[in-house]
Design a binder for this molecule. Structure first.
Ligand SMILES: NC(=O)c1ccc[n+]([C@@H]2O[C@H](COP(=O)([O-])OP(=O)(O)OC[C@H]3O[C@@H](n4cnc5c(N)ncnc54)[C@H](OP(=O)(O)O)[C@@H]3O)[C@@H](O)[C@H]2O)c1
Length: 279
């Protein structure tokens, strides 16, 4: 039995579907089973990582766990319960911001994910870290602005990311959960190509049949604006990570293809599949 945490959001949902399509027994943990909307045949279990009483039912008979966590959620108690219940493998969707071999991580995003990685390692359960940097789903944040016109205003037009498709992350997760030889490995997953934000918006425009363009605006007011409804340290970490990529093409590698046997999906493919999300 494969247990997926974060099964109702982007990466976990796609992984549940990938495992289910392969005919694997898969259990999806959610706080609200009635809203899960997962394929028939997927076992949906009510659970909450903040409520230890829900762990036993979730972990019953589980051989491997995919852990996708909303930023900041403490998974320590769940990890200890997973180790005790005999889970044989943990796969964690981590962040490319994590730096190895440093005493202190550079920002709160890196520190959070490094902390979870350490907590997983401390359980002694064989584990694999899948680190991603900027997933293509981050472009969904453009949706609100696109309702008002064809211009996306944001910081750092030349920030460059190798945007990874959530299904590629899921395909890798499914292989790592079900196959051998990945224990103890840290994989940096990258998309098909490095694209600047200005290029992403142009590609998105082609998919939507609209002449979209990115207009760069100063970052300071945006940081302050976002910091009013999100943790300011998180916002600053995000902006700093973006700023650090300006003028530097994002790394592209063969990890997705090596593990899944197929090339990473392009951002253009992601954009055309998600066109409906911007309608
Ligand atoms: N976006 C990025 O730039 C980026 C970059 C690197 C890494 N990542 C990783 O990807 C993660 C985001 O993944 P995502 O967008 O798929 O998910 P998400 O939207 O951040 O999280 C929502 C998921 O978490 C579950 N959840 C929330 N609170 C829970 C709780 N107390 N107990 C159990 N489950 C809980 C929700 O399940 P229910 O509501 O159904 O209970 C839902 O499935 C980030 O936190 C990070 O670790 C993201």
């Amino acid at each position: 039995m494969f247990l997926v945490i974060g099964a109702t959001a982007h990466f976990g949902r796609q992984t549940v579907e990938a495992l289910h399509e392969e005919g694997r027994p898969v259990r999806a943990l959610t706080r609200s089973p009635e809203k899960a909307g997962l394929p028939e045949g997927v076992e949906v279990v009510q659970g909450d990582l903040a409520v230890p009483e829900t762990f036993a039912a979730a972990l019953d008979g589980v051989t491997a766990v995919l852990l996708v966590l909303p930023y900041g959620l403490d998974a320590t108690a769940f990890l200890e319960a997973a180790a005790k219940s005999g889970v044989g493998r943990i796969v964690f969707l981590s962040s490319g911001a994590v730096a190895d071999g440093v005493d202190e991580q550079a920002d709160v995003i890196a520190a959070y994910h490094a902390g979870v990685e350490r907590a997983i390692t401390a359980t002694g359960v064989p584990a694999t870290m899948l680190r991603i940097m900027f997933p293509a789903i981050n472009s969904l944040a453009f949706g609100m602005q696109l309702q008002g016109g064809d211009v996306i205003r944001g910081a750092y037009a030349d920030a460059a990311f190798s945007m990874i498709h959530e299904r590629d992350v899921a395909d890798v997760a499914a292989r790592v959960l079900t196959g051998d030889g990945h224990e103890g490995r840290v994989y940096e997953l990258a998309g098909a190509a490095s694209l600047t934000q200005a290029e992403q918006v142009r590609v998105l425009g082609e998919a939507l049949g609209r002449p979209l363009r990115f207009e760069e605006v100063p970052d300071r007011p945006l940081r302050e604006q976002m910091g009013e409804f999100m943790d300011p340290d998180f916002v600053n970490a995000l902006f700093d990570l973006m700023a650090a990529t300006v003028g530097r093409p994002a790394p592209v590698n063969s990890v997705v293809e090596d593990i899944t046997g197929h090339e990473p999906r392009t951002y253009a493919q992601w954009a055309s599949e998600h066109a409906g999300d911007f309608a």
